[in-house]
Design a protein around this ligand. Structure first.
Ligand SMILES: [Zn+2]
Length: 510
């Protein structure tokens, strides 16, 4: 994910069980009855087990690192048997409703407020992970309108989103008759739906079908322009990854003049959702949008394919942290920038200024540098100071990934950096084959060099000043700090053979 905080910085902010015994849940989500609230009804095509007493709303969602407590938005929750008689329901905790005699249940109805325009005292939900209803659009992130019965997270889902006549819809889900089909609750959450007066555009990138749908309140942004603007980025990403790991991908864009909360983007397996301020589409603004798209698109690699067991079987009941947030967000941010440099979309000076110098300045001046990357992940679900420091995963996390790249190049004599390591991880792991939460650092040392192991302790698990000057010098770059605080990075006029070799490997165009 990538969120945008503050005005000056685009502060960059995702068990296989046999399901055939579980009843299919059919949702009707009506956005037309009220401008702030979804009227939801769900029905079952079979019987629940009598142990399925709890209907669970999400406490968080994959890739958000944010406590959400969706139960806060629910009202008028009712459960019915086949004769239409109400079953007793009690609210057990913020996200849990207990239903008496679930084996008799056939239907549930409830109201659930949109997250955009509902005030909450704590844990405000990022807009790109939330829900919205207005006269000309609706945004549905499934965890903000749907839940699941205890033990039935793997139930197949059909859902119909009811919007106004004439609206079009964008989502990565496929549709059968009038219903979107999801394998299970996780798949539904992985597939946001944008409806309304949308523009659309599509293209093909080396066999991958890319679609864009855009809602722009004042028609300032059109899908075709956004797509043209990101064409070079998509091609650079393909070169970096050699082949794109998906055969289709959908970008969902939402622009409004004054978004009511934290804007940014959220990654999914076959799509990403962007909620952004509808400023004038200047070249800078368009570039910023593509930079965020580059970040989200790279998430297909991690955490969507390379992730620990904590992410593999996602716990919607209780937020669970993973120490490998540095990989999911830090490496992703680094990759999304260096892809543009090595792919020839931006030049070296641009890369060093915007992806290195600017990130050093933000890390050192805006954030508390006594927070290690591990502490940022440990505390990621807490509000207050933790929520503020979380944003540094995109700065310090990206800088540490850049240093790791240099160290790996040094240890392999220029043969293999972080890109090559990521490509090796894609081959070795993948969905259904998670990395180990506990032994991953040792496993990385086994895959590369034992000499890399202390790097993880020093710059991820513990907190130490980042050795920018020392590491950049290894690749023949000189970092200088002026009294004014300005930082510059320039190429050394004379490089040793070793520096030249590592510089050539580091700056090699794809
Ligand atoms: Zn991200």
């Amino acid at each position: 994910m990538k969120s945008i905080v503050g005005s000056f910085i685009a502060l960059f902010l995702c068990t296989v069980l046999v399901a055939q015994d579980l009843p299919t849940v059919t949702y009707e989500i009506d956005a037309t009855q009220n401008l702030d609230t979804f009227a939801v009804s769900l029905s079952l095509d079979g019987k629940l087990d009598k142990s399925a007493t709890i209907f669970q709303f999400a406490s968080t969602a994959p890739g958000t690192y944010q406590t959400m407590n969706i139960g806060r938005y629910v009202s008028d929750f009712k459960a019915f048997d086949a004769k239409g008689k109400e079953l007793t329901v009690t609210k057990q905790s913020v996200n849990q409703f207990v239903i008496s005699k679930p084996q008799k249940l056939t239907r549930v109805t409830y109201l659930i407020a949109e997250t955009f325009d509902t005030q909450v005292d704590e844990y405000p939900i990022y807009l790109m992970c939330g829900s919205s209803i207005e006269n000309d659009h609706t945004l549905i992130n499934a965890h903000t309108v749907m839940g699941y019965f205890e033990g039935n997270q793997k139930s197949p889902i059909r859902m119909r989103a009811i919007g106004l006549d004439g609206w079009n819809e964008g989502t990565a889900l496929s549709k059968v008759d009038d219903y979107y089909i999801a394998d299970d609750f996780d798949h539904a959450v992985d597939s946001p739906i944008l409806m309304g007066n949308l523009t659309g555009a599509s293209t093909d990138v080396a066999g991958t079908k890319v679609e864009i749908y855009t809602y722009s309140a004042n028609d300032k942004y059109e899908s075709k322009i956004l797509l043209d603007n990101m064409a070079d980025m998509l091609e650079a990403t393909r070169k970096f990854l050699i082949t794109l790991p998906v055969d289709r991908y959908t970008f969902l864009y939402f622009f409004e003049p004054t978004p009511p909360g934290v804007t940014g983007a959220w990654e999914h397996s076959y799509s990403s959702e962007y909620v952004l301020a509808e400023d004038d589409p200047t070249p800078d603004k368009l570039r910023g949008i593509t930079d965020i798209a580059s970040h989200e698109f790279f998430h297909i690699v991690t955490p969507l394919n390379i992730h620990s067991e904590v992410v593999e079987s996602f716990n919607f009941v209780k937020p669970t942290t993973s120490v490998h947030l540095w990989l999911y967000e830090g490496v992703t941010e680094w990759a999304s920038n260096i892809i543009l440099f090595r792919g020839g979309v931006i030049d070296e000076d641009d890369y060093l200024t915007n992806a290195v110098v600017q990130k050093i300045l933000v890390d050192e001046r805006y954030f508390d540098t006594s927070w290690s990357l591990k502490k940022i992940s440990d505390e990621s679900f807490n509000g207050g100071e933790a929520a503020k420091q979380y944003g540094n995963i995109y700065y310090r996390g990206s800088l540490v990934a850049g240093l790791l790249d240099i160290k790996l190049l040094e240890l392999s004599d220029g043969e293999s950096g972080l890109r090559e390591l990521m490509l090796a991880l894609v081959k070795k792991y993948g969905k259904g084959n998670p990395i180990s939460e506990d032994t991953f650092f040792d496993d990385l040392a086994d895959m590369t060099s034992p000499e890399i192991r202390p790097f993880f302790d020093k710059y991820i698990l513990e907190v130490n000043p980042l050795p920018h000057e020392e590491y950049l010098a290894k690749i023949g770059l000189k970092l200088e700090r002026e009294e004014s605080g300005r930082i510059s990075i320039t190429k050394m006029e004379e490089m040793t053979d070793q520096q030249q070799k590592l510089y050539d490997a580091w700056s090699m165009r794809l």
